[in-house]
Design a protein around this ligand. Structure first.
Ligand SMILES: Nc1nc2c(ncn2[C@@H]2O[C@H](COP(=O)(O)OP(=O)(O)OP(=O)(O)O)[C@@H](O)[C@H]2O)c(=O)[nH]1
Ligand SMILES: [Mg+2]
Length: 364
């Protein structure tokens, strides 16, 4: 497992290294090395990534943000208690930035709170803290009008007909695992789910999705390794329509030889979907790894440009003290966070609720 995480970290480093467009060659080099390594180590580790299904309770958001709360946000209450002076705002700024809230977002939040404190002549630290919490909730409360397939409780109830969810993100962020968890959740709510294995780059990726499909008891449409992802999606859409599926979730590759190839492939998949189902994809869900903090932001911009991300699923929130990244995701990308990953088990997926999340950060 340690090795697996280290491999993923290297991937992320490679992806970051190649982040600017002109560095595509550097990214290609990093990826080529990684591919060789994964040929030796990737298959077993990917299969390891599919856990057993047990009946235990899901890990709640409160538990998942424990590190972020203990390390950073838990301090903020204490800072406010010392009084509303300049040092408060400085320390608040430092703390938010350290929690990976991002410089721009942090400054915007503090400006807003300071303005409110001034305009409403707030003197009590408690009231100023409440203003901060309200501002934080507001940052998270993004409604783009897109991805309108979720009911208020995060279920797919409000959707009419089949919902197509295209899942994108850099390799190792948690796409396949999160798709497995979503499949599990919707199946448990009586939805008919079909998964499409459009990450045809590695055989292990197809097997991993098939395992999650088995675990959740849902069908997986897959071709061979190296097949055209567009063809997989075409077949999956046809199968989903024929079988009367409520939701089709499409897994995609997180790595190709170059970033340009990856984005082109995603655009092609997107076109295939749109040609077959005119109002689809109903959601383009970008999976970000919370442990990569601000690095996730640059990745997000590429996917946004290529396929127009409509929402984010923030995986691995349980493994980081940098949960502040949620605020910069919503603020900088202008898209909502739909779900958070709270662990590695099938039930470890939580619907994201802005207020509950902010309360959890300050609890205790
Ligand atoms: N702790 C924790 N681990 C997670 C979570 N989500 C995914 N993981 C782990 O992250 C690792 C990578 O997950 P994958 O689902 O294979 O990632 P991917 O984005 O599909 O990766 P590629 O197929 O290589 O692009 C696995 O070990 C997962 O168990 C989460 O919410 N919490
Ligand atoms: Mg995957």
């Amino acid at each position: 497992m340690v090795r697996f995480f280290r491999r993923k970290k290297d991937d992320e480093a490679a992806a970051e290294q190649g982040a600017p467009a002109e560095d595509a060659a550097a990214l290609a080099e990093g990826v080529a090395e990684e591919v060789q390594e994964s040929a030796a180590a990737g298959v077993a580790t990917s299969e390891d990534a599919v856990p057993e299904l047990d009946e235990e309770e899901a890990s709640p958001v409160e538990e998942a943000v424990e590190r972020t709360r203990k390390t950073w946000f838990g301090r903020i209450g204490g800072i406010f208690k010392r009084g509303l002076d300049d040092s408060l705002w400085e320390e608040l700024e430092e703390t938010l930035i350290s929690a990976d809230t991002g410089v721009q977002t942090t400054i915007r939040i503090i400006d807003e709170v300071q303005t409110r404190v001034k305009e409403e002549s707030i003197r009590e630290p408690d009231k100023a803290l409440d203003a901060l919490k309200e501002e934080l909730v507001e940052v998270l409360d993004v409604d783009t009008g897109r991805g309108k397939i979720w009911s208020p409780n995060g279920d797919l109830d409000s959707a009419e007909g089949m919902s197509v969810i295209l899942v994108v993100g850099v390799n190792g962020t948690g796409k396949t695992t999160s798709i497995g968890k979503m499949a599990h959740a919707y199946k448990a709510r009586g939805k008919k789910v079909i998964l499409a294995a459009a990450d045809t780059f590695r055989a292990a990726a197809i097997d991993q999705l098939k395992k999650w499909g088995e675990l959740a008891g849902v069908d997986v449409v897959a071709h061979q390794q190296g097949a055209d992802p567009g063809a997989v999606v075409f077949d999956a859409l046809a199968a989903a329509e024929k079988r009367g599926a409520d939701v089709l979730i499409i897994d995609t590759a997180g790595r190709l030889h170059t970033k340009a190839n990856l984005m082109e492939e995603l655009r092609k998949v997107d076109r295939v979907i749109q040609r077959q189902v005119p109002d689809a994809p109903h959601e383009v869900l970008l999976v970000l790894d919370a442990t990569s903090g601000q690095n996730a932001m640059q990745q997000a911009k590429y996917f946004t440009e290529a396929v127009g991300v409509s929402a984010v699923l923030l995986a691995k929130l349980d493994g980081t003290a940098k949960g502040g990244v949620v605020f910069s995701v919503c603020d900088q990308l202008g898209v909502p966070v739909r779900f958070v990953g709270t662990g590695e088990r099938p039930q470890d997926l939580a619907r994201f609720e802005a207020r509950r999340f902010v309360e959890a950060l300050f609890a205790g």
